[in-house]
Every structure is written in structure tokens, then in C-alpha cells.
Design a protein around this ligand. Structure first.
Ligand code: RUQ
Ligand code: CUA
Length: 668
């Protein structure tokens, strides 16, 4: 693959700018950008980027946040994977977020970042992300950049077609990449055709803390890959690609590529709502976890749900139609007007575009080719609006610029192809380095794309960066799309494997950021709002330490009376009420991680000391000039030795505190 890329590369080498250094050992062109690229991505020190970009982390299970156009990484938001850096999934407050019907699951595979919308336009309230492996969807609050809610999806495997939103984020969806028996059961795999089914979940998502499966639709056992909601005229519909209409269960690479066409499933969810209201959906016993962070205490709660409403298309005529689509389609994207349904057939030689209005007419005319398990299959000619001819190889995903153009990623030919909606002519193409998966235009799947850039998310980066052993960085590339021709501006490394990303103008969320959590409103049962509220308490073998952290001491900082066999809970409250003043807490021999406490927040570390010893603890976040003084000791005694339980603030740190107060003019 690399060889052929190199060949193609030489075709695209921009004229070498005079004076550019050529490294004789490099095999690629040193520069592929034009002269003004640096000024287009340079964000001067102290200046802000114009866009926030939210990238899924793929197999790191997280979301990462970048500024565009600089490509500077701003934050990693832990979601489905434990994150030792701040204790997410290790501290007691966040552990319940990882509960599922399979127990505590510390990892997942995130694919699609999806911003909430109002009237079809990203509104900056929330970001959703899916867990592909143990199907889940998560909500991230964009005033805190923290995961606040996770819902598991029952009767599902491979939550890939998720978490795409409807135009007002009433629902997000999750459809199954893997079909399994529904309900899942021990059956021979060779019974696939008989027993394996897919499901599409519509998840009520507009009330934080109350995400729930509104209803599920039982689908034929194909692989449902991606989805997008209709908008404008097609509002009330949702479109999903499906492949493996062959229903193969072994050697899929050959056996699931036999049919010339698979399908886009058009789901009339407004009709589903009617059928549910009319009692056509059946309660279906199902076990799934719903986890959310309580506003006031900032403690996650986990509840196990026991039932969903299951809708069989047979009981709800007009709910689902199949649109034949060449060949093993992957992405399905709806243009800003809501009329065109663009499918990316991984193995197709054209980009097929369906017409929503033709589809409605075909349904009225009953232009059906056949029926699959009660679902009418519409005639290809009756629904197709056009085909983009010779687009390149391996079309995957399409985004829109709002000016009548579509941009499609081509995995096999490693390029972005720009084409015109309505005439279907290709107007521009640029190479990507290499093997692009998703691409993203800020707001590019919405009613009003913000435009300006397209970001390619590439799967392979051989020779693009300094090598780092056998595993190389993932990479994004930023292109200017403000003119007729796309222009490469920047490569920047990304972490994990960014599948999809979304971006929005920074101005929509930047001024809504939480700067600290109100100490007054902190409802953690172990909060200490001042030194006077700190203390230590034993209940049997459990010892609870209430502690505060403030520049630059912990109180208490000396703890005695802990015995071997005890389980100690350190409840540490950061009592600062000031932006960006964090403290950390780490104790020697802890088998989990550190705590990071944001200002005003209480976090709890569970610790089981093994030996009778002295154990130091300290602040891990360089918070002040006296950060290195921010430490303390725990004395652990043998189980049979009685040492009085005591928690004191030592004279030493009291005097430090006085010094600090003096140094800071007595403000703290
Ligand atoms: S994708 S393989 Cu969104 Cu193209 Cu996950
Ligand atoms: Cu607190 Cu360092």
C-alpha cells in the first residue's frame, strides 16, 4: 500500500519551494502545501482557535478536544475507559458510570462524536459518543467537558450506528453492527438466518439524567453500520446503512460481499411514535444499566432497567422501507436540504444518491421490488436521484459545505472528492495521507454547515511523522475549502483512532464554561467545606477521612490509628473557589490511581494498606509555590495494636499556612 501511495504522491508533489531543505533519506516530498498555508493555521500565542473539534478516540474509549485551525489538542475527556490521570473510573464517585449488565466494564471503543442540535444546527449543549463494544451511549456536558451520563443498550451487539441525533435531539439512535439472537441465547451459530436479528434503538436524549430507550425496532439480521436523521422535508425519518444482507456468519469478507446491492433502511420514526402510542410495541424483558452523575453531589448513580418497548415492523406498517444501495454501503449522509440521501458503498464504483421526495412517491406508488420480513424493498430506479460517476475507490463518508457541494472520503484511493449536488459531477479531488476514514466539516452533517475546513481522519500515517516504533501516531489533516479547490494546510497527530469528529465555532460554548463548583452547593455526604469540618471516623473495619485541600496544605495531614485490615476512604474536598486551581491526592501503595479534585469538588479514594508502616500522601498537581510542601502521613499499625484514631493538622503545615497567607496578602 505504501508503495502505491508513494507513486501517486509523486504526481501530487507541489513545486518545491526554492530554498526548502530536501532530506536525502526521505522518500516523500517535503512539502505539499502552498505558500500561505502557515498563516492560515497559525494561531499566535495567547490567541484562541476559531473552532472546537471533538474527536472520538476509537479504541482508547475517550474523546479528545482540538482547536482548529491550529490542531492543538486541548483536552482528553474520559468516557468509557478508566483514566488514571484524573481518577475517572478509579475514584468512588465515578465508578458507577462503568456499570453495565455485564458488571464493571473499564473500556470501550468510541466511534462517533455527535453534537446536540436545535432545529438541525449544532447548539453546543452536549456531545454524545457511542461505545461500540458493549453497546452504550454517553452524554458529555459541554459546560464542564465531562461525561455526565451513560446508557447501556439491551438487545444489541456492536453499537456502531450511533449516537446520531434527530434535529432537536429528542432522540439519538443506536443500531446494531452485529446481529445476535434477540433475546440473546445459546443457539448454534449456523442458525444465524433463523435466529439472529438486528435492533435499532431510539433513545430519548433531551433531558440530562433521564436518557432512556424510548423504543427498539426489531430488524432483519443484517449489519447496521451508520445512520443519519432526516431534516427539513425528511424530518421524522431516519436512515441507516446495512450490509451483509447475505446474512453470512463466516468469512464475511467474501460471503458478505456477494450481493450487488445491500440497503439503506429508511425508518419513519414519527410513525413508530404513533404505533407505540397505539400500544403496538410490546414490553420486552431486558437488562441494561443507566448511569448518571447527580448534579449536586457529583456522585454517579447506577440503576438497572428491566424492560424496553419492542416494535416489530410487521405490527407497524409504513415504519421501515429498504432502499437498494450498491455495494456494502458504509456511511449514509443527508444533505443540508434534507432531500438527498448519500450512501458510501465501500465496494461500489459510484456514489449512489437517493431522493427523499422520490422515495415518498415510490412508497405511495407501491414501487416495491420485493419484501424482506415484512419490510418493502423499493425499486432502485424509483428512488435514485443520481450517481456520482468515477468518484474514486472506496467511498465511505460524506459531509456538506452548505454551498451545494458534497465531500466524500475515499478509503482505497486515499482522497477527498468534492462533487456537486444535483449534477453529481466531480469538481475537485485531493489526496489524503493515507487511507482516510471519516471526514468532517464543522457542522457538515447539519442544516447549516459552518464550512471553512474539512478535516480528514486517516488510518495509516507511514512516513508522515518521526517514526515511533511499530505503532505510529494516528493523524488528521486539515484542508481549506473556502475556495474552489481544496488546499492542504496542516497535518496533526491524534490519539487513539479518531473515527468521526464534529466541530463547532468556539463562540457557541467558550463563554459558558464552569469555572469552579460551588462549595456551598456541594452535596457529597463526605464534603468538608473548611478545616473545621474535617475529621476521621471508624465504623468497624472502615475508616472515613474527611479532608480538605487548599493552597498549600491538606487538613488533616497526619493520620494515626489506621490498622492492617482496614479499608480507608479518603474524601478530599478541594475548597478553592477559583478557576483552574486543582489539587491532586496520591498515597503510596494505592492500587487504583490518584484523585484530581476540581475546585469545589469532593473525590474519594479507597485504600487498603497492606503493612504496618508510615505512608506519605501528597498533592500531585503543581498548585502553588508551596506545592512540594503539600503532603502528609498515615500511620498504619498492626491489627492487634491499639493506637488512638487521630487526624491532625501538624504545626508545620499550620505555620506554612500562615506563611502562605502572609505571602498572598492574607487572601487565603
Ligand atoms: S466508521 S469503522 Cu464511523 Cu467509518 Cu467506525
Ligand atoms: Cu495542591 Cu499541589
Amino acid at each position: 500500500m505504501q508503495r502505491s501511495h508513494l507513486k501517486r504522491l509523486t504526481m501530487f508533489v507541489a513545486p518545491v519551494i526554492a530554498g526548502a531543505v530536501l532530506y536525502s533519506c526521505r522518500t516523500t516530498a517535503p512539502t505539499l502545501t502552498t505558500g500561505d498555508a502557515p498563516s492560515k493555521v497559525y494561531v499566535a500565542p495567547g490567541q484562541y482557535d476559531e473552532f472546537y473539534a471533538f474527536m472520538s478516540g476509537g479504541y482508547n474509549g475517550q474523546v479528545s478536544v482540538y482547536g482548529l485551525p491550529s490542531g492543538r489538542m486541548l483536552k482528553l475527556i474520559p468516557v468509557f475507559s478508566q483514566h488514571a490521570e484524573n481518577g475517572w473510573g478509579y475514584n468512588e464517585e465515578s465508578k458507577p458510570m462503568f456499570q453495565t449488565s455485564h458488571g464493571f466494564i473499564p473500556w470501550d471503543d468510541t466511534h462517533h462524536a455527535e453534537l446536540s442540535q436545535t432545529n438541525g444546527i449544532p447548539d453546543g449543549r452536549w456531545l454524545f459518543i457511542n461505545g461500540n463494544n458493549t453497546p452504550r451511549v454517553a452524554r458529555i456536558d459541554l459546560t464542564r467537558f465531562e461525561t455526565e451520563e451513560i446508557l447501556e443498550l439491551p438487545n444489541a451487539a456492536g453499537g456502531h450506528a450511533a449516537p446520531f441525533t434527530t434535529p432537536n435531539t429528542k432522540y439519538i439512535v443506536s443500531a446494531t453492527r452485529f446481529s445476535v439472537p434477540i433475546p440473546n441465547a445459546d443457539v448454534p451459530i449456523a442458525d444465524y438466518k433463523k435466529s439472529f436479528k438486528g435492533t435499532i434503538s431510539f433513545i430519548r436524549a433531551d433531558v440530562p439524567g433521564q436518557m432512556d430507550v424510548a423504543f427498539q425496532i426489531l430488524m432483519p439480521g443484517f449489519n447496521y453500520d451508520l445512520g443519519h436523521s432526516g431534516k427539513g422535508p425528511s424530518d421524522g425519518w431516519f436512515f441507516f446503512t446495512s450490509y451483509n444482507s447475505e446474512q453470512a456468519y463466516t468469512k464475511l469478507e467474501a460471503n458478505a460481499s456477494k450481493n450487488d446491492k445491500d440497503f439503506v433502511a429508511a425508518v419513519h420514526y414519527a410513525k413508530a411514535e404513533e404505533c407505540v402510542a397505539a400500544g403496538k410495541a410490546k414490553p420486552f424483558p431486558s437488562k441494561y444499566a443507566h448511569n448518571f452523575v447527580d448534579e449536586k453531589s457529583r456522585i454517579a448513580k447506577s440503576e438497572m432497567k428491566t424492560s424496553v418497548l419492542m416494535l416489530d415492523p410487521k405490527d407497524c406498517p409504513g415504519l421501515v422501507y429498504y432502499l437498494p444501495t450498491p455495494k456494502s454501503p458504509h456511511g449514509v449522509d443527508i444533505d443540508p436540504t434534507g432531500e438527498y440521501i448519500v450512501a458510501g458503498g465501500k465496494l461500489a464504483s459510484v456514489i449512489p444518491v437517493h431522493s427523499f421526495s422520490k422515495m415518498i412517491k415510490a412508497i405511495a406508488d407501491k414501487a416495491f421490488e420485493t419484501e424482506i420480513e415484512g419490510i418493502p424493498v423499493l425499486k432502485y430506479d424509483a428512488v435514485i436521484a443520481g450517481e456520482v460517476q468515477k468518484p474514486g475507490l472506496g467511498p465511505l463518508h460524506t459531509e456538506f459545505d452548505g454551498k451545494g457541494y458534497a465531500y466524500t472520503s475515499m478509503f482505497i484511493s486515499s482522497e477527498i472528492v468534492k462533487w456537486k449536488l444535483g449534477t453529481w459531477e466531480v469538481v475537485d479531488r485531493v489526496p489524503t495521507y493515507y487511507s482516510i476514514g471519516h471526514l468532517m466539516i464543522p457542522g457538515g452533517d447539519s442544516k447549516q454547515p459552518f464550512g471553512k475546513y474539512v478535516v480528514a481522519m486517516n488510518k495509516i500515517t507511514k512516513d508522515r511523522y518521526l517514526p515511533t516504533g511499530a505503532e505510529l501516531t494516528q493523524s488528521a489533516q486539515l484542508y481549506d475549502i473556502s475556495g474552489d479547490k481544496m488546499k492542504l494546510l496542516l497535518d496533526f497527530p491524534t490519539i487513539g483512532e479518531p473515527h468521526y469528529a464534529q466541530a463547532l465555532p468556539a463562540s457557541i460554548i467558550k463563554d459558558k464554561q464552569v469555572k469552579f463548583f460551588s462549595l456551598k452547593d456541594n452535596a457529597n455526604p463526605y464534603v468538608a467545606r473548611s478545616e473545621a469540618e474535617t475529621g476521621i471516623k471508624r465504623s468497624g473495619k472502615r475508616v472515613d477521612v474527611r479532608m480538605i485541600a487548599i493552597r498549600s496544605h491538606f487538613a488533616p495531614d497526619n493520620i494515626e490509628g489506621v490498622q492492617q485490615g482496614d479499608t480507608v476512604y479518603f474524601h478530599v474536598t478541594n475548597i478553592e473557589q477559583d478557576w483552574d486551581i486543582l489539587h491532586g491526592f496520591a498515597v503510596m501503595g494505592a492500587e487504583n490511581a490518584e484523585l484530581i479534585m476540581q475546585p469545589g469538588e469532593t473525590r474519594t479514594l479507597r485504600w487498603i494498606p497492606k503493612n504496618a508502616n508510615i505512608y506519605p500522601f501528597y498533592c500531585t498537581d503543581f498548585c502553588s509555590a508551596l506545592h512540594q510542601e503539600m503532603q502528609g502521613y498515615v500511620r498504619v499499625s498492626p491489627a492487634n495494636k491499639i493506637v488512638a484514631l487521630s487526624a491532625t493538622i501538624s504545626k508545620k503545615s499550620q505555620s506554612q499556612l500562615d506563611r502562605m497567607k502572609a505571602a498572598q496578602g492574607g487572601t487565603r
